[in-house]
Design a protein around this ligand. Structure first.
Ligand SMILES: NC(=O)c1ccc[n+]([C@@H]2O[C@H](COP(=O)([O-])OP(=O)(O)OC[C@H]3O[C@@H](n4cnc5c(N)ncnc54)[C@H](OP(=O)(O)O)[C@@H]3O)[C@@H](O)[C@H]2O)c1
Length: 303
């Protein structure tokens, strides 16, 4: 990410706040960058220290620490974005974890796509320690993170959410309260159910168009102005047609998310036959070597 991209975003006025950011991956790195560019005092932690060093070189006002516990010292808010439930537990709990170093009243805001259960578990643990926890998964992909235009769905206590919202505005287009702890993750699951079936439908449509020898780019331009239009069609249709997948949201992440969805559906009794099928189709893509391909690579099974 270039500092120029970050600098092109304008920020609402908000008092400079001491914050920490844990996890500088594809999403976390630019999100932490927006917090720094908005004038907050940011300390970062990343398991692979080289990324934290690169981040502080790019954002010289910020600093980095060797453990989550050290990074959160003095922070009013701690943001995180790591891979899954286990990764999240490993940066939050334990002697070197964030909760061990946070001061009473501080707020932990987790942007990982994780289970509603781990959110509730960490919310309860935070309360025991006089801390606060908000589950806040994001949608908008790498481009949304780089442009500071993420859609963020939050669960937890409303008064705590209200304190975080002006700060999180630095990387959000919409930062929305969805109710009790876990509801952010449940909302993200609804999002992923929608995405799975839309991408499969789009894959079948484009594979059909290619076999029919149509000019698929032209087809997408035409039907993209009608009832078939979708974000996936607008942003992925043309790259699907030419078989380009070396960017975007990885198939491995999608399978992790659909695993969370299907486990939650077992608990709440929702029937998700199409989602379960698409999950298996993504397993086929992994077997083809597509673990890090964008989720639109679902079409590769049909070529
Ligand atoms: N990429 C997207 O388009 C997108 C969109 C929406 C939501 N998400 C969600 O956002 C989350 C992060 O995605 P990403 O694309 O940023 O992933 P990523 O690039 O793979 O980054 C993962 C980050 O988590 C850290 N991490 C993983 N396991 C850890 C552990 N056990 N202890 C400490 N740190 C650990 C990694 O540290 P290292 O650098 O040391 O590996 C890295 O900083 C995921 O839950 C994903 O589903 C991603």
């Amino acid at each position: 990410m270039s500092t120029a991209t970050i600098a092109s975003r304008s920020y609402a006025a908000c008092a400079s706040t001491p914050v920490a950011f844990l996890g500088l991956g594809v999403m976390g790195y630019p999100m932490a960058g927006h917090l720094a560019a908005a004038g907050h005092q940011v300390t970062v932690y990343n398991r692979t220290a080289a990324k934290a060093e690169a981040w502080t070189e790019e954002f010289p006002g910020g600093s980095h620490a060797a453990t989550p516990r050290e990074a959160v010292k003095g922070a009013r808010m701690v943001f995180s974005c790591v891979g899954n439930d286990d990764d999240l537990r490993s940066i939050v709990l334990g002697d070197d974890g964030a909760f061990a170093g946070m001061e009473p009243g501080a707020i932990f805001v987790d942007h990982t796509t994780a289970s509603a259960q781990v959110a509730r578990e960490l919310y309860a643990e935070a309360r025991k320690r006089g801390l606060h926890f908000i589950d806040a998964p994001v949608s908008g992909g790498q481009a949304g993170a780089v442009n500071g235009q993420l859609t963020v769905m939050c669960g937890g206590d409303q008064d705590v959410f209200d304190q975080v919202a002006p700060v999180a505005d630095a990387f959000s287009r919409a930062f929305t309260y969805m109710g009790a702890c876990g509801n952010g993750q449940l909302t993200k699951m609804v999002n992923q159910i929608c995405v799975a079936s839309v991408v499969q439908g789009l894959s079948e449509a484009i594979a059909f168009g290619l076999r029919a020898d149509l000019d698929v780019e032209k087809v997408l331009d035409v039907i993209g102005k009608g009832a078939a239009q979708s974000w996936q069609m607008d942003n992925r249709g043309k790259t699907m047609a030419v078989g380009k997948f070396d960017f975007g949201f990885a198939v491995d992440w999608m399978r992790k998310d659909l695993g969370l969805v299907l486990a939650e559906a077992q608990r709440n009794g929702a029937r998700l036959p199409v989602t379960a099928l698409v999950d298996q189709f993504y397993a086929d893509v992994q077997a083809m070597g597509g673990n890090r391909w964008d989720t639109s690579s679902l079409i590769q099974r049909l070529r």
